[in-house]
Write a protein that binds this ligand. Structure first.
Ligand SMILES: [Zn+2]
Length: 179
């Protein structure tokens, strides 16, 4: 039996602001009674929050005392979605779905992981597009510095995602899948 996950990735937070913004999200979760500080995970860039009194605002999870709660993840991270569906890159300028160029993207992913910077040229419109700016079919990837994860629970409520997005003040992408 695998684990399911849902991640709200902040597509615009910079490496410099991610940590402070992650702390702001955590403070908001606690102030709203949505979550409570969790145990120290002793993992850099990962802060756990347990369900709070208003957890029903996040998801319809009846057995919430056993819930995994939320984790705020900061630092350069390749967030991915459902391996079952996969998804090809989509140019944010011309909306072309790029197929058959996996090696170009895989090289760019390696470079982004190593340096935080990588571009891939769109074969249709010719623009050099930063890797994090690409859209993905099925919201398969997000190359980001901040994400909020929920493991092993029912779907996150749309209202919660909207409020979280507004606290972040940035565009977000919801990635979901199973490992
Ligand atoms: Zn294009």
């Amino acid at each position: 039996m695998g684990s399911t996950f849902q991640t709200v990735a902040d597509l615009e937070a910079t490496a410099e602001e991610a940590e402070a913004l992650g702390e702001r999200v955590g403070a908001w979760l606690v102030a709203e009674g949505i979550a409570a500080p969790g145990r120290d995970l002793s993992v850099p860039g990962r802060t756990a929050y347990l369900p709070g009194p208003r957890w029903s605002h996040v998801t319809d999870e009846r057995r919430y005392p056993e819930s995994d709660g939320l984790a705020v993840v900061t630092g350069r991270t390749v967030f991915f979605g459902s391996l079952a569906t996969g998804g090809s890159p989509v140019c944010p300028h011309c909306a072309t779905v790029v197929r058959g160029r996996e090696s170009a993207y895989s090289d760019a992913m390696d470079a982004w992981w190593a340096t935080g910077v990588a571009d891939v040229r769109c074969p249709a419109c010719g623009r050099e597009v930063p890797l994090p700016a690409w859209e993905w079919e099925n919201d398969f990837f997000a190359f980001a510095h901040l994400g909020i994860e929920h493991w092993n629970g029912p779907p996150l409520r749309a209202g919660f995602i909207a409020e979280l997005t507004s606290v972040l003040g940035h565009r977000t992408r919801l990635l979901a899948g199973r490992i």
